[in-house]
Design a binder for this molecule. Structure first.
Ligand SMILES: [Mn+2]
Length: 227
């Protein structure tokens, strides 16, 4: 099995459209939709794109799928909101050359756990309690990384729709099998700006670009405040 991991799409249909075009050329057998799909300016269009893609999908629930904003609830049909909230929090898939891989949103423990490129082993270890997989894939912090912490390989697949890796106009995702291949796809940042303006989505500032280092520092600060 060769897997394309699409995380944190955040209702950005232009970014998703660009990524799906590249997924079609990637020979992926399966797409893992890694959570936080609809929380953004184009929730309905985003679901339509995912539902129409010919590659099979497996869905993992993100924190924003569990608890979407009122603005999103008013736009996505009630049954789909309930379906998103009921998705599994972890999925294990046997990947070519990598073996069983655990896909989750924040961590295997919680969809709100914060893991970044600079998280310490002491903070990450309790999140992996009872997890057997040697490779754990997460998202939630919107920056790609691939690191070994406490004898475990942790990969952040990146964010398709709300990446914090420098300039705007890039959507990040990762292919698994047999290697771990971080990818990025260019998309029309003006289309996102227009969608944010015309939709009236209440948190457009979340989509402003930020450097990976700054984002990691802010997420680590949030992690300190969580506990
Ligand atoms: Mn997210």
């Amino acid at each position: 099995m060769r897997v394309a991991a699409l995380y944190d799409i955040h209702g950005n249909a232009s970014a998703l459209d660009a990524v799906l075009a590249d997924v079609r050329g990637s020979d992926a057998d399966l797409i893992v939709v890694g959570g936080d799909v609809v929380e953004g300016p184009q929730p309905v269009e985003t679901l339509e794109l995912l539902d129409a893609v010919e590659v099979p999908r497996v869905w993992v629930r993100g924190n924003c799928d569990r608890d979407p904003s009122e603005w999103v609830r008013e736009r996505v049909v009630e049954e789909r909101v309930a379906w998103l909230a009921g998705l599994p929090t972890t999925v294990t898939i046997d990947v070519d050359g990598l073996g069983p891989v655990c896909f989750c949103h924040g961590s295997p423990r919680s969809d709100e756990d914060i893991v970044t490129a600079v998280s310490t082993a002491a903070r990450v270890e309790p999140m992996l309690d009872g997890v057997d997989e040697a490779l754990v894939v997460s998202g939630h912090t919107h920056v790609q990384f691939d690191r070994v912490v406490a004898n475990r390989r942790l990969v952040n697949a990146g964010s398709v729709g709300m990446a914090y890796q420098g300039q705007s106009g890039w959507a990040y995702w990762t292919v698994f099998g047999p290697a771990v291949e971080p990818r990025r796809s260019g998309f029309n940042a003006d289309a996102l700006a227009t969608a944010l303006r015309e939709s009236g989505y209440p948190n457009p500032e979340w989509f402003e670009p930020e450097s990976a280092e700054q984002a990691a520092a802010e997420y680590e600060q949030m992690a300190r405040e969580q506990h």
